[in-house]
Design a protein around this ligand. Structure first.
Ligand code: CP
Length: 319
């Protein structure tokens, strides 16, 4: 595997889930595979789970790990080509990337959407520069439009907790005070489309995701109707994707009736609550729902180690 961005990169999901289950049974079975190999994790944005789980996964495989927080100690990087660099950015990504590539064997990159220019974000400019100029396998640790390590961990979690061959999975928008990217819902929808589940997406009007991520999912604007009979409720906020309106990256709705509470969960089929974390209690979900035995947020986060380990292992095997 040379890149890990979309669900297609992992190949057949059944095999990937089997590999994840084997990894979970013995996470040190390949502890020498990464000997003398180095993973470079590059963060343009904050992280708790991705930082720790990916590092742990690489250590399980015997790798050395370097973590670079670009905004805390590195030179400020210019990402646009063709600009006169007379501002506060001292180095261009086009030099920095091959330099970084020369110090490692595999690169993980976190670079969020700027949420001001849809075309720029959806063309994945920063991620593609790393793919083209680093000379190394590159995996997304949440980029402008995708978060595949999260979606893979979500799928592993659903596989572990499902009680039906084909569960109903509902991706529901929920309110948030700040504008958040669409990477998590995009990838979740993409991976669920490829999985053996019935996917329903619910959100207020104006929050329609990009059609290439919606795929064959049913879009239902009535949240309560969408949640009826759900086996899994995946809550997430996202800002306006700019598909059906011109407010790309903006908060266009703060309707608190979309917060997942006991009344929402009551119409599900003993549904399990999921969220990628970090989560704002009282906005996305109420305390009682996230603390209930039906909440999967902690096992879901723990599975981030497993999804990262499967991806890094496959990249090591293809070096
Ligand atoms: N879910 C997730 O990616 O968490 P972090 O932003 O803390 O890495």
């Amino acid at each position: 595997m040379h890149t890990f961005i979309n669900v297609q990169d992992i190949g057949p999901l059944k095999a990937a889930l089997q590999e994840a289950a084997e990894t979970k049974k013995d996470r040190f079975a390949h502890s020498t595979l990464g000997k003398n190999k180095t993973l470079l994790m590059i963060f343009f944005n904050n992280s708790l789970r991705t930082r720790l789980s990916t590092q742990k996964a690489a250590i399980n495989l015997g790798m050395n790990v370097i973590v670079l927080d670009v905004n805390a100690g590195a030179w400020k990087l210019e990402t646009e080509r063709g600009v006169i660099m007379d501002g506060d950015k001292s180095e261009h990504l086009l030099e920095a990337i091959p330099v970084m590539g020369s110090y490692c064997d595999i690169i993980g990159i976190r670079s969020f959407a700027g949420l001001t220019d849809r075309d720029y974000d959806y063309s994945e400019t920063v991620l593609n520069q790393f793919i083209h100029y680093s000379g190394r396998p590159v995996f997304a640790m949440e980029t402008a439009t995708v978060h595949p390590l999260q979606a893979f961990a979500d799928l592993i979690t659903i596989e572990e907790h499902k009680t039906k061959a084909r569960p109903k999975v509902v991706l529901t928008w929920a309110p948030h005070p700040k504008a958040l990217p669409q990477a998590v819902p995009n990838s979740f929808a993409q991976w669920m489309n490829a999985a053996d589940v019935d996917l329903v997406i619910t959100h207020p009007e104006g929050y329609e995701l990009d059609p290439r991520f919606i795929g064959n999912a049913k879009v239902e604007y009535n949240q309560m109707k969408a949640l009826e009979g759900a086996d899994f409720v995946y809550a997430k906020n996202w800002s306006c994707p700019g598909v059906t309106c011109d407010d790309y990256g903006k908060v266009i709705n703060k309707d608190m009736s979309w917060t997942i509470d006991a009344a929402h969960m009551a119409v599900t089929d003993n549904g399990k609550f999921m969220h990628c974390l970090p989560v704002r209690r009282g906005m996305i979900v109420t305390d009682d729902v996230i603390e209930a035995p039906t909440s999967l947020v902690i096992p879901e986060a723990a599975n981030r180690e497993i999804s990262a380990q499967v991806v890094i292992k496959r990249m090591l095997q293809s070096l």
